[in-house]
Design a protein around this ligand. Structure first.
Ligand SMILES: [Zn+2]
Length: 181
């Protein structure tokens, strides 16, 4: 697995989307943010996360999707329950994953972070295949973007407390970090 000069992972499934913008000029990528998502919540292997990131979700497909009307979001990568990594935005660009956020006093975390979504919920746990894929991807990211250190790998809950809870209590940080540090 390698990352090319614009930040594309060679082995990831590529689904380039339009939900991104440029990083501020000279910005160093220095934060990794772990999230979860599933649509509908708790249902896996549906087409809807892909539809959301690609900007073509049918908000009438499920009652809970009415909240998603007009929402334009993305992540750099989405890791499915099978461990498949799908990439929507090259790391050299800002994906729209963090929203209103703050890390160590700095706002707009999208500007300097990479966002990875795990298919899941706060309480359902994650598959070993997801941990394996996330660990491999994290190693690769730390090699390519050395400002991402252990202290700069966080959950969405850590940069948007009170607003976001993902990746949730079921994400095993110790297990994740054990293969890395
Ligand atoms: Zn999130």
């Amino acid at each position: 697995m390698i990352i090319n000069s614009i930040g594309v992972v060679d082995t990831a499934t590529q689904r380039p989307c339009t939900h991104f913008d440029e990083r501020p000029s000279g910005e160093e990528i220095s934060l990794l943010v772990i999230h979860n998502i599933s649509l509908p919540a708790g249902e896996f292997d549906t087409p809807f996360v892909d539809d959301l990131f690609m900007g073509n979700i049918d908000c009438h497909a499920h009652p809970s999707f009415s909240d998603l009307q007009g929402l334009r979001v993305s992540a750099h990568c989405f890791i499915k329950r099978t461990g498949e990594i799908v990439q929507y935005v090259p790391f050299s660009k800002c994906a729209w994953h963090a929203g209103k956020s703050e890390f160590l006093g700095r706002e707009r975390c999208n500007d300097f972070s990479i966002g990875i979504e795990l298919e899941g919920t706060d309480t359902s746990g994650y598959t070993q295949m997801q941990y394996n894929a996330l660990q491999s991807l994290t190693k690769l990211l730390m090699n390519n973007y050395p400002a991402i250190t252990k202290a700069r790998i966080v959950g969405h809950c850590d940069i948007a407390p009170g607003r976001k809870t993902d990746p949730g209590e079921s994400f095993d940080w110790q297990h994740y970090f054990a293969a890395l540090f």
